[in-house]
Design a protein around this ligand. Structure first.
Ligand code: ADP
Ligand code: MG
Length: 305
């Protein structure tokens, strides 16, 4: 017998019904030990599509991993076909998230699910029913992974005298750059090189002063300005806060996820330089702030693209 954590999601057709039917069918595959509440999750960034309903299921089964996967795939097919025949999208997605301490990687099955630690829609429902389940590779439990996902690494940014240019001081020389240059000519730009270096140091756990950069207020949306002011006023150097706290702090009724999305579109990623990197297949998401920033932050996170 093994205990399996499954993640279920639906964003087409009658979503509640799809989840319910899938769970009914899972009862034939093993004993359904627990079912989490259903969460509606916002699609975002790269992967714009209708909202999802997600839940997690704990299943006890005697099946081997590949047998289980086959059962799951046939449930997906059965439910998918009935609803909408020509659509590529499925009405239900069922993923094997964790299977005891199993670590495996074959062309058809990877366990633990390789993206689970990046996905709030997996971790949140699962932490509701099995917060203590441990990721055998990362050696962290579901609750910890969720907390980690919601963190915003925060850099104490800039003594911001609003001005037209960003200014960097590098090796005693003062550099100026316009926003346009900042976006387009990253690699050749001394400001960016020094900024990059600062971030590298920051990510290596060093205390980094970012005060050589000035912020161009003209380019800052009212929302981002609010966030920026909140961070400056309330958050001390190096403190890590969650998107949820940030949402509350700036009085955004839209909640953590929406604030996270807005920050990903932040024209000044310096303010909050690191957003979680989301991978799906070989596509990357979680950044709306421009390809350059994305690449560069990915690099800092040690992810090859
Ligand atoms: P996603 O779940 O990322 O939306 P799919 O459901 O289309 O993508 O999955 C495509 C393939 O992923 C499946 O055919 C399956 O063989 C494979 N796969 C690999 N690891 C897992 C896993 N842990 N759970 C479910 N499917 C997996
Ligand atoms: Mg799947």
């Amino acid at each position: 017998m093994s205990l399996v954590a499954l993640s279920l999601g639906s964003n087409l057709g009658n979503r509640e019904e799809n989840l319910r039917k899938a769970i009914e069918k899972l009862r034939l595959v093993g004993s359904v030990i627990k079912v989490s509440p259903v969460y509606e999750t916002e699609p975002y960034g790269y992967f714009d599509q209708p909202k999802f309903l997600n839940c997690a299921v704990l299943l006890e089964t005697q099946l081997k991993p590949d047998e289980l996967l086959n059962k799951i795939k046939s449930i997906e097919r059965e439910l998918g076909r009935k609803e909408i025949s020509h659509w590529k999208e499925r009405t239900i997605d069922i993923d094997i998230v964790l299977l005891e301490d199993l670590i495996m990687e074959t062309p058809s099955l990877t366990v633990p699910h390789p993206d689970m630690q990046y996905r709030e829609f997996v971790l949140k429902p699962l932490s509701n029913i099995a917060p203590e389940l441990v990721h055998p590779v990362l050696k962290k439990n579901v609750k910890e992974l969720l907390e980690e996902l919601n963190r915003v690494p925060y850099v104490d940014f800039v003594t911001a005298k609003p001005g037209k240019f960003f200014i960097a001081v590098l090796d005693g020389k003062v550099y100026e750059t316009s926003f346009r240059e900042l976006k387009g000519r990253r690699e050749k730009n001394a400001l960016l090189l020094s900024l990059k270096k600062s971030f590298e140091n920051y990510f290596q756990g060093e205390r980094v002063a970012f005060e050589e950069y000035e912020l161009c207020w003209e380019r800052v949306t009212p929302f981002h300005r609010k966030v920026y002011e909140y961070l400056r006023k309330n958050v001390t150097y190096g403190k890590v806060i969650t998107y949820g706290e940030l949402a509350q702090g700036v009085g955004s009724p839209r909640g953590a996820r929406a604030v996270g999305n807005a920050m990903a579109r932040n024209p000044f990623p310096i303010i909050v330089p690191c957003h979680r990197v989301l991978q799906r297949g070989n596509k990357l998401g979680g950044f709306g702030g421009g390809e350059d920033w994305k690449k560069y932050l990915l690099e800092l996170e040690g992810i090859n693209i």
